[in-house]
Design a protein around this ligand. Structure first.
Ligand code: GDP
Length: 344
């Protein structure tokens, strides 16, 4: 069983962790991660989403924030303040080691995927974490106050300016991660994690070849909603949808991905929206999508794997926690054959 996940930071990292816990021991898990949030600070290359996924899978993520390292200290931060610098981006002392090593390896000529592989294996992470590209792609946020680099908008301005559009600078010239394309081609299940659609998933899809890879995939493509009851669980996803003139609802998320989607996982609090998703020609699974601990992550992961099983002609199983796929909740709205043709 080969599973591929598209993700940004915290939300998707939780589902990736659930999959790592729930999948059969012989299953392979490949996580394709947004790097358009990457930036340089004090000369260091920082990859927030790669690190969040890596720390989460290594079991060392800060459980309160979801990002950073559990129990980290901020003495470097205090020293910077003593120098009169007012850093708006806090980097923990342990976290700093990751950025130091990454920067050093990149400067010695390693690619971002080689660096990620080295760091993740040294932390004992088994699933394969792949940056979407080794090239430089940067999200620029077009707001009513002007253009902002992503981290400036997100961290410094706490995503308050009203957004008019998003630019994924460098995406068109970027080369997709070759291993990511191969993984998509040979996948049995492809999952779009509950991540911010504009800030985490769209930058990945903006890289030439990525969207086509999904459209041509033989595996079912399933998205898990990041929107519950019209609001984001955390972060600016719903606010962005409204500012971009889109209704902030799970149905709008399903529509956003509809051209390549076979299945959509709707939260049980939005069960009344099922017919609207089904009307798009997309299979629906309605369940509790909130991942508040290790068990709920693994349970949701297993349900998504079972759902995928029911969307393809042959049953593959693949989940250690799972009951046989047929016994699980949720009825696919489409027959067990795949059709990636546009649904809108
Ligand atoms: P980050 O978490 O801000 O780094 O960015 P992501 O790209 O991971 O986006 C987080 C998105 O996932 C937000 O829109 C949240 O609403 C959503 N999210 C976070 N945790 C959960 C969860 O447990 N369940 C669901 N369904 N969505 C979640």
């Amino acid at each position: 069983m080969n599973v591929v996940v598209f993700t940004g930071g915290v939300g998707g990292a939780k589902l990736a962790d659930g999959l790592a816990r729930a999948l059969d021991a012989d299953a392979s898990l490949t996580i394709i991660v947004n790097t358009a949030d990457d930036f340089e600070l004090y000369g260091l290359h920082i990859s927030p989403d790669l690190d969040t996924v890596m720390y989460t899978l290594a079991g060392i993520a800060n459980p309160t924030t979801g990002w950073g390292i559990q129990g980290d200290t901020f003495q470097n931060f205090e020293m910077l303040e003593r120098y009169g610098v007012a850093p708006w981006f806090r980097i923990g002392d342990r976290d700093m080691a990751t950025h130091l090593l990454r920067t050093q390896m990149l400067r010695s000529g390693a690619t971002l995927s080689q660096v990620t592989h080295t760091l993740a294996s040294r932390l004992g992470v088994k699933p394969r974490i792949l940056p979407m590209t080794n090239d430089r792609v940067r999200t620029v946020v077009d707001t009513d106050e002007g253009l902002y680099a992503f981290q400036e908008y997100f961290v410094k301005l706490r995503w308050q300016p009203e957004v008019r559009g998003l630019i994924y600078e460098g995406a068109e010239e970027a080369e997709p991660q070759p291993e990511a394309l191969r993984a998509i081609e040979t996948a049995d299940t492809i999952i779009i994690a509950p991540s911010n659609l504009y800030l985490s998933i769209d930058p990945i899809l903006a890289i030439p070849g990525m969207r086509d890879a999904l459209l041509n995939a033989s595996a079912p493509v399933i998205a898990v909603t990041p929107i519950i009851g019209g609001e984001a669980v955390k972060g600016p996803a719903a606010k962005l949808m409204r500012e971009l003139g889109v209704e902030s609802s799970a149905v709008a998320v399903a529509k956003h991905y509809a051209d390549f989607l076979n299945g959509f996982v709707l939260d049980e609090r939005d069960a009344h929206l099922e017919p609207h998703v089904a009307a798009l020609g997309i299979g629906v699974l309605t369940t509790d999508t909130l991942m508040h601990d290790a068990d709920s992550r693994a349970r949701l992961a297993c349900e998504v794997i079972g759902f995928a099983d029911r969307l393809r002609p042959e049953r593959l199983g693949g989940c250690r926690l799972g009951r046989p796929a047929d016994e699980q909740a949720g009825t696919p709205r489409r027959p067990a054959s795949l059709d990636h043709s546009p649904k809108l």
